[in-house]
Design a binder for this molecule. Structure first.
Ligand code: MN
Length: 496
């Protein structure tokens, strides 16, 4: 997984030669101070590189070109310190391929009421310089993130920080390879989609592999490697007494090592499997998928390559944040008297990064698939805000659906439930949330995250140029239905 600390965002400041060298010297100085201040802020996970001021069409085109070709640069922050006539930006913006954040700020925080003169006004005119630039971005129909406020304001820095995380996830997707092992669960619709369109839109490639490609690696695993991993299981988790020294546990370790080797050798960042096409694998990968997710691999069950790719992108974004992110499925409802909630889980494959309390290692029958009882990690998830995100292929476009939820502690223990589980109260309530989700065509599989919020996914949808539907505390079904209808028209007319 790419490390955020190895990535850069470039801070570029627009101006012009109208004001004389003295002003431009000040502008460059101000830009440097702001870039360094943002770089040094603890919230910023990447390097912020001051790339100086640009004052001509040639300089602008050159920096946009350099940004495209830099392997470390994941996005560009543009600030119009003074007035940068925006026709100068057309050619540069035409070729720019990296995400843009338009920072609408000014160096000076407050108006110096008794001192202010025309020199001050000329030097601190971002208020209209930023609007000239905004017009051009809008005129060119360019997606971007706009952040408004003084650069020392922590909310402004936080907005740049979360955008830079999303840009890193976006950058990772451009090179990501998804292994679709064993194709799709038969007859399932939402996990399918147009892989060619997905690669054109998001950058990641999806290719199919037979289970024999994994079997070869599983068969080649040495007994000593299995011993080492079984010891790691024993140290890391609360091992069920039945599992100590059991053949099931050794087999689970063999599958994890074989699968991991397959993914490493193929340079994959995400994978899917399906319980119907397991060949000679003796268990459905449970603990293997769980631990690979915890290490940053994207995963989707039953051939769900869209969720697998999205999960990897979020794993890149969330580095260093607390809360965790997992593959998830809306499993069963609690239609309660006071309020209704969702119990989320999957057959096995929930990432322990979202665990709260003990993580137990257990083996239980699966009930479907006809294989041996698989080993899995079982745990609860702590309360607090989270999001469920689904990426679906609507035929002519991809749609991203986000539902904000509040995770709750289950009122009672679930002693017979053999899988990791999370209970949530969806906003605004289950009735509206599930209704809207179904109208939107949201999948049963999601990326569930406690580490990131809706803003991350809003930035992601902007970068990808895809539709975003948010279900939150303000959702009204009547408006939501109309949004879907209007979007249908918009995406027919507007092709990015
Ligand atoms: Mn499923």
């Amino acid at each position: 997984m790419i490390a955020l600390k190895d990535r850069e965002i470039w801070f570029v400041t627009g101006s012009q030669h109208l004001y004389g060298d003295e002003t431009l010297k000040n502008v460059a100085e101000h830009a440097q101070i702001i870039a360094h201040s943002i770089h040094d802020n603890q919230a910023i996970p990447v390097h912020v590189i001051d790339k100086g001021i640009v004052t001509t069409p040639e300089e602008i085109s050159r920096i946009c070109n350099d940004c495209n070709y830099s392997s470390r640069c994941i996005g560009i922050v543009l600030w119009m310190h003074t007035f940068s006539p925006a026709k100068m930006w057309i050619n540069g913006l035409n070729i720019l391929q990296k995400p843009v954040l338009h920072l609408h700020t000014q160096f000076n925080s407050e108006i110096p009421w008794s001192e202010i003169d025309m020199d001050f006004m000329n030097e601190n005119q971002s208020a209209h310089g930023g609007r000239e630039f905004g017009f051009m971005m809008s005129r060119m129909r360019k997606s971007r993130k706009v952040v408004v406020g003084h650069w020392k304001n922590q909310e402004v820095v936080d907005a740049i920080a979360s955008w830079s995380r999303v840009a890193a996830g976006w950058s990772a997707l451009q090179k990501a390879k998804v292994a679709r092992i064993g194709d799709n669960m038969r007859e399932v619709a939402v996990t399918e989609g147009d892989k060619v369109e997905a690669q054109m839109r998001f950058g990641f490639s999806v290719n199919g592999y037979g289970i024999q490609d994994v079997e070869q690696h599983v068969q080649a695993v040495s007994e000593s490697a299995i011993n080492t991993l079984v010891d790691e299981y024993k140290e890391s988790y609360v091992l069920h007494p039945d599992l100590a020294g059991s053949e099931s546990l050794r087999e689970a370790a063999r599958i994890e090592i074989g699968l991991r080797t397959f993914l490493e050798e193929g340079h994959f960042q995400a994978f899917t499997d399906t319980f119907e096409n397991l060949g000679t694998l003796r268990q459905l990968p449970g603990i293997a998928a769980q631990r690979l997710m915890a290490d940053g691999y994207g995963f989707g069950a039953e051939g769900d390559w869209k969720t697998a790719a999205l999960l990897h992108a979020v794993k890149v974004m969330e580095q260093g944040l607390s809360g965790g992110t997992s593959f998830m499925e809306d499993y069963t409802y609690d239609f309660g008297r006071d309020k209704s909630r969702v119990l989320g889980s999957h057959m096995l494959e929930i990432c322990p990064s979202i665990a709260h309390g003990d993580v137990r290692c257990e083996v239980h029958p699966l009930g479907i698939g006809g294989k041996e009882d698989p080993v899995r990690l079982v745990f609860n998830v702590g309360s607090g805000p989270a999001i469920n995100v689904s990426l679906v292929d609507m035929g002519q476009r991809f749609r991203l659906i986000v539902n904000e939820v509040n995770v709750e502690k289950p009122e009672k223990d679930l002693p017979k439930l053999p899988v990791a589980r999370v209970l949530w109260d969806p906003l605004p309530n289950l009735s509206i949330a599930a209704h809207a989700w179904i109208l939107a065509g949201g999948a049963h599989h999601t990326v569930f995250s406690k580490s990131i919020n809706t803003t991350f996914m809003e930035d992601f949808a902007e970068m990808a140029g895809i539709e975003l539907l948010v279900i939150d505390e303000n959702t009204s079904l009547r408006d939501f239905k109309n949004t879907i209808r209007w979007n249908e028209m918009y995406y027919h007319i507007f092709k990015k």
